[in-house]
Design a protein around this ligand. Structure first.
Ligand code: NAD
Ligand code: WQD
Length: 344
């Protein structure tokens, strides 16, 4: 059986780390990315880390002809589909851009996969599909609802995958619902490289620590949580990458189709914003000045996973601690204060 995998969005933050994990697990990879939110330098560095060039095609998932060329040239076991836009705020301002890229792009990809009879897909979904959860920890059967176009685009793709699995039972479709990915490769060579001022907590903390930003605004300290600040299930990107390998290995072992099979990737533990800031400050030895401001619109108090399904089905569980997440984020940020613009 071929062990070749198409990795859409493989130049991005999670995709680049997953490429390394796939290579280490013996998979051959072809990366397909339009570089709309990433740099070819990430591909160079992954190639260096794995000690061989990566096959990289610059292309858009909405371009069926370009995808056909790729599927004609390679016999894939399956696709890991990271390609997508992910900025919640931008999605509110530009919903059509998000639906076009994330939903139409996925439909085009699925159509081409179907043409070439490639029926194994691992899709980057998100804990955002659970909206404001009624109970914690969140398991995969929890109600889904979204309040912004980004989340809606993920939920819509999940619905499309469910319908596809019903329409033809030969599909194997695993949406992995990521909680809050943070951290970086332990080498410090690859990591998260936001284009602008970061929206997410960990890159913001890192940029305060390295002196690029003056102060962290903590959005709300009146939530019903351990210290009043938001609680999230932060998961190291290296653990997340291993979760994708586990999902593919699972698919390889199946003798019959799995249909639509959503799986959470989280640690199962909640950490508050202040707890994360304190841990980061300790491991980096840097002061992280912060102030409390109003709650951010759309934020929820607490969100953490039940990670039981990933453990029982895939044999996967997160291993790395909050301190390791902070340590690796700090190593990446301090070695590359300007991200991939810093040549190493
Ligand atoms: P990222 O922006 O770093 O990576 C996404 C990659 O997809 C980028 O390299 C981008 O250039 C590429 N891309 C976007 N649109 C494309 C298109 N039309 N054609 C080809 N390539 C395209 O983001 P990430 O953090 O690595 O996230 C990967 C996936 O996981 C995304 O789908 C995201 O929505 C999802 N996700 C991310 C998080 C998170 O917090 N980072 C959480 C849950 C889910
Ligand atoms: C975490 C906590 C903030 C920044 C988002 C997306 C979600 C998923 C992951 C893709 C919250 C607080 C943050 C800051 C702060 N992405 N915070 N100051 O909101 O849980 O999830 O990323 O699927 O869809 O919504 O992550 O890192 O933005 O925030 O106080 O400058 O940190 O209020 O409590 P979030 P986050």
């Amino acid at each position: 059986m071929t062990k070749k995998i198409l990795v859409t969005g493989g130049a991005g933050y999670i995709g680049s780390h997953t490429c390394i994990a796939l290579h280490e697990a013996g998979y051959d990879i072809v990366v397909y990315d339009n570089l709309s939110n990433s740099s070819s330098e990430a591909i160079n560095r992954v190639s260096r880390l794995i000690g061989q060039p990566i096959e990289f095609i610059e292309g858009d998932i909405r371009d069926a002809e370009s995808l056909r060329q790729v599927f004609s040239a390679h016999k894939f076991f399956g696709v890991i589909h990271f390609a997508g836009l992910k900025a919640v705020g931008e999605s509110v301002a530009k919903p059509l851009k998000y639906y076009d890229n994330n939903v139409s792009g996925t439909i085009t990809l699925l159509e081409v996969m179907s043409e070439y009879d490639v029926k194994n897909l691992v899709f980057s979904s998100s804990a955002t599909v659970y909206g404001d959860p009624e109970t914690l920890p969140i398991d995969e059967s929890s109600k889904r609802s979204c309040t912004n176009p980004y989340g809606q685009s993920k939920l819509t793709v999940e619905h499309i995958l469910e319908d596809l699995a019903v329409s033809n039972t030969s599909w194997n479709l695993i949406p992995l619902r990521y909680f809050n990915p943070v951290g970086a490769h332990s080498s410090g060579q690859i990591g998260e490289d936001p284009n602008d001022i970061p929206n997410n907590l960990m890159p913001y903390i890192s940029q305060v620590a390295v002196g690029k930003l003056a102060k962290l605004n903590i959005f709300g300290n009146d939530y019903p949580t351990v210290d009043g600040t938001g609680v999230r299930d932060f998961i190291h990107v290296t653990d997340l990458a291993q979760g994708h390998v586990a999902a593919l290995n699972y698919l390889k072992d199946q003798s019959s189709s799995v249909g639509f099979l959503p799986i959470n990737l989280g640690t199962g533990k909640g950490t508050s914003v202040v707890e994360l800031v304190t841990a980061f400050s300790k491991v980096s030895g840097q002061d992280i000045p912060y102030q409390f401001t109003d709650r951010r619109a759309g934020d929820i108090a607490s969100c953490y996973a039940s990670a039981d399904k990933a453990k029982s089905l895939l044999g996967w569980q997160a291993k790395l601690s909050i301190n390791e997440m902070c340590q690796d984020s700090w190593r990446w940020q301090s070695m590359n204060p300007n991200g991939y613009k810093d040549k190493v």
